[in-house]
Design a protein around this ligand. Structure first.
Ligand SMILES: *[C@@H]1O[C@H](CO)[C@@H](O)[C@H](O)[C@H]1NC(C)=O
Ligand SMILES: *[C@@H]1O[C@H](CO)[C@@H](O)[C@H](O)[C@H]1NC(C)=O
Length: 438
């Protein structure tokens, strides 16, 4: 458990906010990604090296995205040859994607292609030249609320590009297994809890959910017709360091503070039921909106820490089942107020919250039954919400130069992870009562 720091119930002034929230991480480095022409020779070299060392060659789409980055980093650490593909689109602040690309490069991954999954020729070239043995497809148009505003972006990215990928794999090598991202959103209006893969799911509440369900249907078709190996992974509310800003981002960008030139993207916890991203709103002393059910009950989410998701994704890729679907959740739904409390404790500030009824597209509760993944993938979620929010805040405080609560001291393990994954040096010695960030 986090120690609850003294709450400083003070709203920060606007000027202070701008200063505090300026990204401290350096501008995108020389390397981020390259056009295919320049990486193709390295792709061939990678394929050569992988084959002489009997390594897998894994194509990770959306490698500069949140789940894609963490998956690619872990695969690389485990010795697989990783080819990344990402279009670096501007759905949210591209600086975060460039930072992820830079961190992959720092880790030694030299094959991140800037391109689109809807580009069939590009895909076939990568699959052939890189002699890709496994595909992990994580590129997608994410976000529940945005699908109300930009429906066709979802059809394009989540349906057309998905079919393009399957066609490319079919054209090059039918035996290459594909693990792809689905979502807890496929459960939609389902009221049976916990959510099980055996439940019939045909009542999605958002177009986002419907496109993800259609991926599962399309997967069935390609398996049936061409024997492609396809595993769908239903992610439950993934959060963690260098995460992605969710839908609330768009509501927030319209607000004055985000028009400031150096102001940051909103914080990256995927919390569609909060209109403002909680830690920023809390920092700014702004009001956060907690959505409630009609009877006043709180919404609950099965928040799942990124490393648990990555373990599940990699296990599914290695299993290479003929046709499967797995829930990847934490199996511990938490109230939104619990999340807010964890953030308040870390920041040492109290949230200013207000309530509003649940909005269209959102659902009151998500709760994963992960027994199927436990059995076949040995999946076991390990990170509690408290521990995961700690790790998120440690990254966040460095990136935006935000002070954490005075007694918020990273453990040796946390400090090590910050260094290895995110190139953040934390001096664990106390200087006065403040942490020193080198
Ligand atoms: C096709 O993919 C499978 C699975 O990765 C691999 O074992 C096989 O060698 C590939 N075949 C060719 C011709 O590359
Ligand atoms: C909470 O937010 C509202 C709206 O922004 C503001 O008027 C009010 O003063 C805030 N209260 C505190 C205690 O910061």
């Amino acid at each position: 458990m986090l120690r609850y720091a003294s709450f400083i119930a003070a709203a920060l002034a606007g000027a202070l906010l701008t200063r505090c929230l300026s990204p401290s991480s350096p501008a995108p480095p020389e390397f981020a990604s390259e056009p295919l022409a320049r990486v193709s020779s390295r792709l061939r070299a990678l394929a050569q090296h992988a084959s002489s060392h009997r390594r897998r060659v894994v194509l990770v789409t959306g490698a500069a995205g949140f789940v894609g980055f963490h998956t690619a980093l872990q695969l690389h650490a485990e010795g697989d040859a990783v080819v990344g593909l990402d279009n670096f689109n501007s759905y949210y602040d591209v600086r975060l994607k460039r930072l992820r690309a830079a961190l992959l490069h720092r880790a030694g991954m030299r094959t991140l292609v800037e391109g689109d999954v809807c580009d069939a020729e590009l895909l076939r070239t990568i699959l052939r030249e890189g002699r890709v043995s496994h595909v992990i497809h994580l590129a997608a148009q994410a976000g529940v609320r945005y699908s109300l505003k930009k429906p066709l972006a979802y059809v394009e990215a989540n349906v057309r590009c998905f079919v393009t990928l399957l066609e490319a794999v079919h054209a090059v090598n039918n035996s290459v297994p594909i693990a792809y991202a689905s979502s807890s959103s496929v459960y939609g209006l389902n009221t049976l809890v916990p959510f099980s893969e055996t439940h019939r799911v045909d009542q999605q509440a958002s177009l986002y959910g419907a496109t993800k369900k259609s991926n599962e249907n399309i997967a069935h078709v390609y398996h049936h017709l061409h024997k492609l190996k396809l595993t769908g992974l239903r992610f439950f509310t993934v959060y963690g360091p260098i995460g992605r800003p969710d839908m609330a981002y768009f509501g927030f960008t319209q607000e004055r503070t985000l028009h400031a030139p150096r102001s940051p993207p909103p914080f990256a916890l995927h919390a569609p039921h909060l209109r403002l991203m909680p830690s920023q709103a809390i920092l700014a002393g702004r009001r956060i909106t907690e959505f409630r059910k009609d009877n006043g009950d709180e919404l609950q989410r099965d928040f799942t820490y990124i490393s648990d998701i990555v373990d599940g994704v990699i296990a599914a890729s290695r299993l290479a089942a003929p046709l499967e679907i797995f829930n990847l959740g934490n199996t511990r739904p938490e109230k939104v107020s619990t999340l807010v409390k964890c953030i308040e404790a870390g920041l040492g500030r109290k949230a200013n919250s207000t309530r509003a009824p649940i909005t269209a597209g959102d659902v009151p509760l998500t709760f994963a039954d992960v027994s199927h993944a436990r059995k076949l993938l040995r999946y076991e979620p390990k990170v509690t919400l408290e521990a995961g929010i700690r790790r998120f805040l440690l990254w966040y405080s460095d990136y935006y130069q935000v002070d954490l609560a005075r007694d918020f001291m990273p453990s040796r393990k946390e400090a090590h992870e910050l260094k290895v994954k995110y190139n953040i040096n934390v001096n664990r010695r106390r200087r006065g009562r403040q942490l020193e960030y080198a």
